[in-house]
Design a protein. Structure first.
Ligand code: HEM
Length: 410
C-alpha cells in the first residue's frame, strides 16, 4: 500500500498528518496532554507570562521602526519622535514599559507558586532550572532595554552594573572596558546593548521558553495537594466519558479555555495600567538625557532588581559580590537544596511554611530598602535582611532534612 494517499486534499487534515504528523502533534500537545483538575488560577501564570512576552515582542517591533541606536539621537528618538510625532507611538511605548515591569511581577508570582507547592521536585527539577535560566535571560533583556532611551538612569545604572565586572578588588578593568567597548558607556556600548536587546537575548528567551515547555510535558504540572497519581488511568477514565471521576482534563480545549479566561482578566488590568497609571513604569530621572558629568544623587535599578541590589550594597565590594553570587546560585539550585521528598503545599508543612513566608517578607524588605539611600538605619536594616536572606539556604537544608527524617520515622 502506498505510504501517501494521492487523493488527500492538499493542506487538509490527512494531507498534513502524512507530511508533518499533525494528528500526533495535536494529541501530544493538546488533546492528550493531561492537566490535573486540582489546580487554581495561579497555574495560569505561565501562559500569562508567555502572552506578556508576545505583547513585549509586538510593541518592541513597532518601537524598533523609529528608535535610533546612536548616543546622540537615541534620547530624542524615544522622548520626542516616538512620544510626540509617531501616531500612537506613546501607546506602544507605554505598552512596552508597563509590560517590562509587570512581566517581573508575574515571574515572581509564578516562581513563588512553584516554591509554595514544591513544584520543583519529583521529576520537575529541569522545569525549575529552565525557569531560572528564563529569569536570568529576562533580567538581561530588561537591563539592556533600560539602556536604550539613553537617559540619566540608563547611563548611570549601566555604569554601576558594568562596574560589577571589575570583580571587586581583583579590579578586572580590562573586562569592564571590553564589555563597554570604551572607558565609559558611550556609542559602542549603546549599539551592543541594542543588538543584545532586539536580537540575541530575545532569541535565547524563545529557545528557553520552548525548553521550559518541553521539560513540563513528561512530569506534568503539579497540583494543589502535590498528589502523584497514575495519569494513564485518569486519562482512560476521561476518555471513557467518566469526566467527573477522572482527576485530569485535556490541555486543549478544556484547560486552555480557563487559561484564556485568566488572561482576559489580566489584560483588562494590564491595559488599565497602560492608559491610566503608566508612570510607575517610567523613572522620572530617566527623562533627563544621559550626562557623564552629572551623577544623579541616588542611583538605583528598577524595582525587580532591588532585592538583589540590596544584598550587594550593605557589604564591601568583595563580600557584596560573593553574597550576590551566593544568593542567585541558591535560588537557581533550590531543587537540590531542598532535601525533603515531600511535595505538598506549604500550609501543610509546618516549618517549611514559616520558612516560605519569612522568605517573602525578607525579599519585600530588601526590595523596599534597595530604593532608599544607604544611610543610617537603612544601611543597618539592609545588612540585617541581606544576612537573613543568606541564612535561608542553610535553614532550608536543615528544615528539609528534618522533614525527611520525620518521614522515615513515621
Ligand atoms: C518567563 C517566562 C516563563 C514562561 C513563559 C513560563 C511558562 C510556564 C508554563 C506555561 C507553565 C505551566 C503552567 C503553570 O504552572 O503556570 C510553567 C510551569 C512552571 N514554571 Fe514557568 N515560565 C516562565 C518562567 C519561569 C520561572 C522564572 C520559573 C522559576 C524559576 C519557572 C518555574 C516553573 C515551574 C516550577 C513550573 C511547574 C509548575 C507546576 O508543576 O505546577 N518558570 N511555566
Amino acid at each position: 500500500m502506498a505510504h501517501f494517499d494521492e487523493n488527500a486534499k492538499p493542506f487538509g487534515n490527512k494531507w498534513l498528518d502524512e507530511r508533518i504528523g499533525l494528528n500526533t502533534l495535536t494529541r501530544v500537545l493538546q488533546t492528550e496532554y493531561w492537566i490535573p483538575k486540582d489546580i487554581n488560577f495561579l497555574w495560569a501564570m505561565g501562559m500569562v507570562l508567555a502572552a506578556t512576552f508576545g505583547v513585549l515582542l509586538l510593541s518592541g517591533i513597532f518601537l524598533l521602526m523609529y528608535y535610533k541606536p546612536d548616543a546622540n539621537l537615541a534620547f530624542d528618538s524615544v522622548n520626542y519622535t516616538i512620544m510626540t510625532e509617531v501616531g500612537y507611538g506613546w501607546l506602544w511605548r507605554h505598552v512596552h514599559g508597563v509590560g517590562a515591569s509587570i512581566v517581573f511581577l508575574i515571574i515572581y508570582i509564578h516562581m513563588f507558586t512553584g516554591i509554595y507547592y514544591g513544584s520543583y521536585k519529583r521529576g520537575r527539577e529541569l522545569i525549575w532550572l529552565s525557569g531560572m535560566a528564563l529569569f536570568v535571560a529576562f533580567s538581561a533583556e530588561a537591563f539592556s532595554g533600560y539602556m536604550l532611551p539613553w537617559g540619566q538612569m540608563s547611563y548611570w545604572a549601566g555604569m554601576v552594573i558594568t562596574n560589577l565586572f571589575s570583580l571587586g578588588s581583583i579590579e578586572a578593568y580590562g573586562l569592564v572596558e571590553w564589555i563597554r567597548g570604551d572607558y565609559v558607556p558611550g556609542d559602542a556600548y549603546l549599539t551592543r546593548f541594542f543588538m543584545l536587546h532586539v536580537l540575541l537575548i530575545p532569541l535565547v528567551i524563545i529557545g528557553l521558553i520552548v525548553l521550559h515547555f518541553g521539560t513540563l510535558r513528561l512530569p506534568h504540572v503539579n497540583n494543589q495537594e502535590g498528589e502523584d497519581f497514575d495519569y494513564k488511568e485518569a486519562a482512560d477514565l476521561y476518555k471513557a466519558g467518566k469526566v467527573k471521576e477522572s482527576k485530569v482534563i485535556p490541555f486543549s480545549p478544556v484547560f486552555l479555555s480557563k487559561d484564556i479566561f485568566v488572561m482576559g482578566v489580566y489584560f483588562i488590568l494590564f491595559f488599565y495600567l497602560v492608559f491610566y497609571n503608566f508612570e510607575f513604569a517610567m523613572d522620572p530621572v530617566n527623562f533627563d538625557p544621559a550626562d557623564g558629568l552629572k551623577t544623579p544623587a541616588h542611583i538605583y535599578p528598577e524595582w525587580y532588581f532591588l532585592w538583589s541590589y540590596e544584598i550587594l550594597r550593605p557589604f564591601n565590594k568583595d563580600i557584596g559580590l560573593i553574597a550576590f553570587g551566593v544568593a542567585q546560585a541558591a535560588l537557581f539550585f533550590l531543587p537540590f537544596i531542598d532535601r525533603s521528598p515531600v511535595v505538598a503545599p506549604a500550609h501543610k508543612r509546618k516549618l517549611f511554611n514559616i520558612w516560605f513566608w519569612a522568605l517573602v517578607v525578607i525579599m519585600i524588605a530588601l526590595t523596599a530598602l534597595g530604593k532608599l539611600p544607604p544611610e543610617g538605619i537603612y544601611n543597618d536594616l539592609g545588612l540585617f535582611f541581606a544576612v537573613a536572606f543568606l541564612c535561608m539556604g542553610p535553614l532550608l537544608v536543615w528544615i528539609t532534612i528534618k522533614e525527611k527524617n520525620e518521614m522515615k520515622g513515621a
